[in-house]
Each structure stands twice: as structure tokens, then as C-alpha cells.
Design a protein around this ligand. Structure first.
Ligand SMILES: *Cc1c(COP(=O)(O)O)cnc(C)c1O
Length: 375
């Protein structure tokens, strides 16, 4: 359905706009239609809409072109993640980032409790620990930067360790987006995304993506997606496609604001620590500078006082929204430990700030006012 031009000569800023379009035909639409059909005329490879759909294919083409691989769309980030976990061989050993996304970690624990896999938690900013965890493992499951600890993994070093031990590398690239980091080009085998976040960008849709260059993995994933059935709706795929057209602009604006807010937060008397790889003093700064084109639009900070003080900050903002999630046009703020699934080594006062595209001075005035309620 789409013109399927895989134009590696274009920059990612152009690909987000130009790829995933219908073929150029006189008076043909320039956007791919929302194809609402559960079945297709017989004789082709698709046949039924649990296998594929032209609207998802357009989204897959865009994300695939950005990440440098073949993309598959799913109903949510967790549907994408669970499907990748489903293709791990029975009894497989997974070296799992200790601070991996809480939903992914919870699912891995359930699989372990069911005797399906064995998981080893690994500190992903420690290359020696990664090397050790890869011995006898089948999968290395990375996330960088991590949510919400903001640790940075040296991905090329982790991949090199994994390859020495024949381990498949999966990387959750939700925080960075393919505009800032391309794990496949750094050697990872599989990239997963919660497209709900920056890719779709408007907090109005859930969507997941898996990207790989490996035909064998891709074939297994297509089979698992079709049989598990965690497929996206065509309208949701359209919303994600519409959102992704402005990804480059949104990333540019929100990460410029994030670095300004990070510096000002670090100087505020109500803040004890800021975690953002863009800060030169951050432990992940050097590695992030090597492997990323920017430091992203999420930061975490810790407040003085206790959990109640941090909650008060979140309840006192007026322009920002006190809500979970990230990657939308609107700035979201939350204390992560309000979630029972959040890891106990995340401090009680840690607040995650997911910066949107509002005016940075308005954002700072709002946050500064909220912080001043606890000094
Ligand atoms: C939100 C998130 C997910 C889960 O995605 P959903 O779309 O909510 O299912 C996975 N990984 C990361 C890093 C996330 O932030």
C-alpha cells in the first residue's frame, strides 16, 4: 500500500515526514487511509487482519526507516515487550536491566515464577557486571536511559560482551527515540518501543513497536504477534502515524527545555539531586555523549523532606499535569514510588519530569512555584 521507499540517504528529520506515504498517483491521497477491514480478498499473503493492515504498515515503514530495520506494530508497548519475551526459548536465561521498565520487569518475574525463564538482574551502567551476567545467558534485556533512575548503558560495550557469549540483545529505546539513539546500529538485535510515548507524542493512544534486522527473529515475532493477537487497531495506528510526523520538532523543543530545567533544578534549595545525562556532572554523561545525539526529554529529581513533600510538589503545579506517562506534548510530573511496582531502591522523593513543548519559562515558573511550597 505504501510506496515503501527505504531512503537511507535521508536524515531522520526528513524520514519522519516522508516515509510511510501512499504511492504518488494523480489525485491519490498523501496520507495512508485508516483501513477498517477484518478480512481481505483471498489469494494474498495477508488474508486476515490479525496478520497485517495497510495503516499499521505505514507506521511500521516510518519507524523501521528511523531505526534502520524492519518494524512490527503492536497494541501497546507491553504487547510488543510480551511478544518478544514469548519468543525466548523455554528455560532461557535473561540478563535483565535491574531498572528496567516496571511492567517489563513484572512480566519477566511472572514468566520466571511460571518456570518459563530465569532472570538475572544486572546493573546496566556497570560493563563488568554485564559481562558476568552474559555468561550462560540467552538474552540481554537493556534499557537506556533507564526509567526513572536515568542510568546510561554503554550499549556498544554491552553488545560486545553479549556477542562474546552468543547472547541476543534487546533494547528498549522508548526514552531516547530513534532520533537520539539507534540501538540496531550500535549492534543490538531487537529494539522495542512504547510508541505511546514520544513516537505518537500526544497522550491519546497506546501503541508498541518492535524493530529488528534479523529475518529469523522477525519471522518468529510475526508468528507470535499473529497467534497472541496483540495487534493495534487501524485508527490507533493512524494516530501514532500522525503524531510521529512532528517527532523531530517535538524532540528538539522538549529536550532543549529539559536541559534548562535540569540546570535550574540542580540549583534549587528544595532539590537534593537531579538525574539527567545531559548534565556534565551526571554519571552517565560521558557515555551518553558518545552514543546519543541528545539527552532526551525526561529527567528525575529528588526533593528535600519525605514522600509527602514530593507529593506536595506534584500537587502544586498548575501548567504541568500531575499524571503518569511521558513523551506527550504536555509536561507530566509524578512521584514514582506512589506505584507499588516501582523498585524499592528508587528514593521515596524521586519525581520524574517528562517535559513537553510548552514555553520553558512558563514551565520553570510553575515548577519553581511548586518547589517553593516545601522550602
Ligand atoms: C511506558 C513504557 C513501556 C510500556 O508501554 P505501554 O505502551 O504503556 O504498554 C515500556 N517501556 C518503557 C520505557 C516505557 O516508558
Amino acid at each position: 500500500m505504501t510506496s515503501s521507499h527505504y531512503r537511507s540517504d535521508l536524515s531522520v528529520e526528513s524520514l519522519v515526514v516522508a516515509s510511510g506515504r501512499p504511492p504518488h498517483e494523480v489525485d491519490g491521497p498523501i496520507n495512508v487511509p485508516v483501513v477498517l477491514s477484518s478480512t481481505f480478498h483471498a489469494g494474498g499473503p495477508v488474508a486476515y487482519a490479525r496478520t497485517s493492515n495497510p495503516t499499521w504498515e505505514a507506521l511500521e515503514e516510518v519507524v523501521g526507516s528511523l531505526e534502520g530495520g524492519m518494524a512490527l506494530a503492536f497494541a501497546s508497548g507491553m504487547a510488543a515487550i510480551s511478544t518478544v519475551m514469548d519468543i525466548i526459548k523455554p528455560g532461557g536465561v535473561v540478563a535483565l536491566s535491574a531498572h528496567t521498565y516496571s511492567g517489563a520487569a513484572a512480566r519477566m518475574r511472572d514468566l520466571e515464577a511460571a518456570g518459563r525463564v530465569t532472570a538475572r538482574l544486572v546493573q546496566i551502567d556497570d560493563p563488568a557486571a554485564i559481562e558476568e551476567a552474559c555468561v550462560g545467558a540467552d538474552v540481554l534485556w537493556l534499557e537506556s536511559p533507564t526509567n526513572p533512575a536515568m542510568e546510561v548503558c554503554d550499549i556498544p560495550a554491552a553488545v560486545a560482551a553479549a556477542k562474546r557469549h552468543g547472547v541476543m540483545v534487546v533494547c528498549d529505546n522508548t526514552f531516547a527515540t530513534p532520533l537520539l539513539q539507534q540501538p540496531l546500529s550500535l549492534g543490538a538485535d531487537v529494539v522495542v518501543h512504547s510508541a505511546t510515548k514520544m513516537l505518537a507524542g500526544h497522550s491519546d493512544v497506546l501503541m508498541g513497536i518492535v524493530v529488528t534486522n534479523d529475518d529469523e527473529i522477525r519471522t518468529k515475532l510475526i508468528r507470535a504477534r499473529t497467534l497472541l493477537g496483540g495487534i493495534p487497531g487501524p485508527f490507533e495506528a493512524y494516530l501514532a502515524l500522525r503524531g510521529i510526523r512532528t517527532l523531530a520538532l517535538r524532540v528538539r523543543q522538549s529536550q532543549a527545555s529539559t536541559s534548562i530545567l535540569a540546570e535550574r533544578l540542580a540549583a534549587h534549595p528544595a532539590v537534593t539531586r537531579v538525574r539527567y545525562p545531559g548534565l556534565p556532572t551526571d554519571p552517565g554523561h560521558e557515555v551518553a555523549t558518545r552514543q546519543m545525539k541528545g539527552y532526551g526529554s525526561v529527567l528525575s529529581f529528588e526533593t528535600i523532606g519525605d514522600a509527602a513533600a514530593a507529593e506536595k510538589v506534584c500537587d502544586s503545579v498548575r501548567l504541568m499535569t500531575h499524571a503518569t506517562s511521558l513523551g506527550g506534548v504536555e509536561t507530566l510530573i509524578e512521584r514514582r514510588r506512589r506505584w507499588i511496582e516501582e523498585r524499592p531502591d528508587i528514593p521515596e522523593t524521586l519525581i520524574r519530569l517528562a517535559v513537553g513543548i510548552e514555553d520553558v519559562e512558563d514551565l520553570w515558573a510553575d515548577l519553581n512555584g511548586a518547589l517553593n511550597t516545601i522550602v
